[in-house]
Design a protein around this ligand. Structure first.
Ligand code: NDP
Length: 391
């Protein structure tokens, strides 16, 4: 996709001029080597000497024509801050941003709530000593964000244009604009794709040992995968399970040597190579697995009270990967806590964090991103100084 494709042809005149070069080179290339001092100005920053008569900041759309600021249902489409994602990171950012009078719009995704929506009991989120259901926890996050005025739209962002401010984002045909953006779109666990796996998710099938391992005390469980995630989950689950069967589709494990050694040395783990799950057995809960040996073709039933699928995660970066730095695993790269390579675009939660992946760490990240965004907006003159302490 080139820069022309990314821009909406119907964009109103008078908006910021994109930083794309006329020859269609990457808009980000235009920023390379430029040092822009935003500290003293509250309006447009002239870049005339550098790259012609362009405007980097254009706050006009926020006070522009009313018609352009509302979507088909009368919802706001222009804000100081747009937050992408509605897991713990996105909604915590929304709570903080709303309390700082940033009037955030949350583009929550068509399956709002993130990974906790497929988690049953959450017993490690502080403040809930009796535990709480994942969907209920996310409903509380959302209610809290809405209470302070966040506007939440359950739509997926299809594409973005981060070449100039206000940033442009498109979701289900509607254009949104904001001076700052927080990307908190999370990561999705990969699944095997079996009908029985989907049916029994939350009933013995899980993709999170940290979340659900506790419920398998003295049970026999299986872990699928051969990478570090699977090895780590298998080891973690030995704290609870009577036995862990590790099922890997190939002969050789993919994970690091040290993790392999630990797994192979653990008497509570049995490694089954060349083994794939054909079906998860059980009606209301997992009662076993039908597995196939890929070398012999032989099928058998393996007793199991649970199945942990640990075949990797996919960060949800499709709409931004062209604009922001991604690491070798596909996760967004943060600089200085929550900043991205583009000023005004911040990053929070699992979309960059493949190390902790916890609701509470994502929520903390969302808080940090909102504070950073608010302080940055204030430094640009988009918000008044007095709001900076309104948390
Ligand atoms: P990986 O991509 O490394 O491994 C995924 C595993 O799942 C592979 O063994 C793969 O098999 C298997 N797999 C994939 N799809 C299927 C399928 N449909 N059916 C059966 N098996 C399947 O992902 P991880 O999440 O394990 O790791 C991602 C990255 O994160 C790695 O770089 C890893 O080192 C890192 N990591 C580091 C940790 C740490 O340092 N503590 C902890 C966790 C992850 P195959 O081998 O045949 O491709």
């Amino acid at each position: 996709m080139n820069d022309q494709d990314r821009r909406d042809p119907e964009r109103a005149s008078g908006d910021a001029v994109p930083l794309a070069s006329p020859n269609g080179a990457s808009p980000l290339a235009a920023l390379q080597g430029l040092s822009i001092d935003f500290s003293a100005d509250t309006g447009a920053v002239p870049l005339a000497n550098a790259i012609g008569p362009m405007t980097l900041i254009d706050t006009a759309p926020i006070t522009g024509s009313p018609e352009s600021q509302f979507g088909p249902r009368g919802e706001r489409t222009v804000s100081k801050l747009i937050i992408l994602g509605s897991g713990p990171a996105g909604l915590t950012a929304a709570i903080y941003a709303a309390r700082a009078y940033l009037d955030p719009i949350v583009l929550a995704g068509s399956a709002p709530g993130g990974q906790l929506m497929i988690t049953s009991d959450v017993e490690n989120y502080p403040g809930f000593p009796e535990g709480i259901q994942g969907p209920e926890l996310m409903a509380k996050f959302r209610e809290q964000a809405e209470r302070f005025g966040a506007q939440i739209e359950d739509v997926d962002v299809d594409r973005v244009d981060f070449s100039s401010r206000p940033f442009q984002l498109w979701a289900r045909g509607t254009e949104y604009r904001a001076e700052a953006v927080i990307v908190a779109t999370g990561a999705s666990a990969l699944w095997l794709g079996l009908e029985s796996e989907a049916r029994l998710r939350g009933r013995g099938v899980s993709a999170c040992a940290t979340c659900d391992g506790f419920f398998f005390r003295d049970k026999q469980i299986a872990v699928v995968g051969g990478g570090d995630t699977a090895l780590e989950e298998a080891l973690f689950l030995t704290r609870f399970a009577s036995h862990v069967n590790l099922l890997h589709r190939r002969e050789q494990l993919r994970g690091s040597r040290i993790m392999q050694d630990r797994v192979l040395a653990n008497p509570k783990i049995t490694l089954h190579t060349n083994t794939v799950v054909e079906e998860v057995l059980g009606d209301a809960k997992v009662e076993g697995l039908r597995v196939r040996n890929t070398a012999t073709g032989a099928e058998r039933v393996m007793a199991s009270d649970g199945l942990f699928v640990a075949i990797g995660y996919r960060p949800n970066t499709e709409a931004f990967a062209d604009w922001l730095d991604v690491d070798e695993k596909g996760y967004l790269v943060v600089h200085d806590e929550t900043a991205s390579k583009i000023e005004g675009v911040f990053i929070a939660g699992d979309v960059h964090d493949h190390r902790y992946r916890q609701a509470v760490t994502a929520a903390g990240d969302g808080c940090k991103a909102a504070i950073d965004a608010e302080r940055w907006l204030e430094s640009q003159g988009v918000t008044e100084v007095r709001t900076a302490a309104a948390w």
